[in-house]
Design a binder for this molecule. Sequence first.
Ligand code: GDP
Length: 412
Amino acid sequence: MRTNLRTHPTRPLTVIRNLGILAHVDAGKTTVTERVLYATGATHKRGEVHDGTTVTDFDPQERDRGITIFAAAVSCDWDGHRINLIDTPGHVDFSDEVERSLRVLDGAVAVFDAVAGVEPQSESVWRQADRHQVPRIAFVNKLDRAGADLDTAVASIRDRLHTVPLVVQLPIGREDGFTGVVDLVRMRALVWGAGGEAYQEGPVPDDLREEAGRRRRLLEEAVAELHPVALEEFCAGAALRDATLAAALRDLTRGGEGVVVLCGSAYRNRGIEPLLDAVVAYLPSPLDVPAVRGTLDGEVRERAADPAAHFAGLVFKVAATATGRLTYVRVYAGTVEKGDTVLDATAGRTERIGRILRVQADRNTEVDRAVAGDIVAVIGPKSARAGATLCAPDAPLVFEPPSVATPVVSVA
Ligand code: GDP
């Protein structure tokens, strides 16, 4: 097994985002996922939840029950970045699976319903994500619904999730008349066409200029309060440059000190592109998160997200499919190649990596190798189970179990 000194004709890790979408059942997670896959070109047909064609809900049982039960990972590309979308079950009965998904994420989008705001189940998932220190951004969805109100939803995020909402958009129009947003970081208006096509960007409309200015000011104040560099600039010039604001929002998101809030209507395909831009701009890459720790014979070992290090990965889902037994692996360190023999350090058995697949919405692409930071499905391992550590046989380690026991939460 060659674990070191490989050449890696892959993209730098900084362009990877391992992303989860967290939501209360019915908030619109499936629809947001669909629209993300559509916007990124991973699917060419827009799936609709009601006609059962959504690509992430591929399990028949899942479709029948109308909830997302089983995690799946789907890769798509946005603005030169690879987004690995890890489906996080929204139903609390499957809390262990939520916990496993949260372990392999580097960041998440929390979806809220603009009418209901933060619901009890969103609080439970939020707390789980807190325990795993998963940086998040919030997407207030369903802004087209009667009774939808961004400000009320934001107040519930502040009050119930005990976090600092950093609202970076001002909606244009209300309820059925919701057509777009003012991007408060760049002070530009983004307006979607009636058919859900890509947005048109333009100057802030005259009638919203004062309100947008006021909200930009509130955003700057909130950011300056939390971020020393922003505070210095704010005090010196009584305003923040767009670039300083964006950099501060990135730092605050990654440090978990605040939550960037965006809004839209997934159903009407409004707000998805800025959401993807925010994922790329604010959420961390695998390089921006701490090295993973594992143990062997009581000795703690660290593995940094370095493609040249010894291979180590975590199995987070195993699925029986028509293609074969798919073992989904988050690679934390090193490189794994087709044909490699790896050690299932949890079970103490070796396994062979027959094929490596990048799972996309409408097809799987076979690749020769996967490197630190990436998420792939492998075919070959016969008995590795979810939660197992796969690693280089000559550098074994077992990932530490999640630091917190999984609480059983009930739906209120
Ligand atoms: P999930 O349970 O969180 O996966 O939610 P779904 O994506 O299945 O959405 C639940 C319901 O809300 C479905 O009937 C969707 O069509 C609807 N929905 C999703 N997004 C929106 C939206 O932006 N506006 C409106 N009005 N309905 C939406």
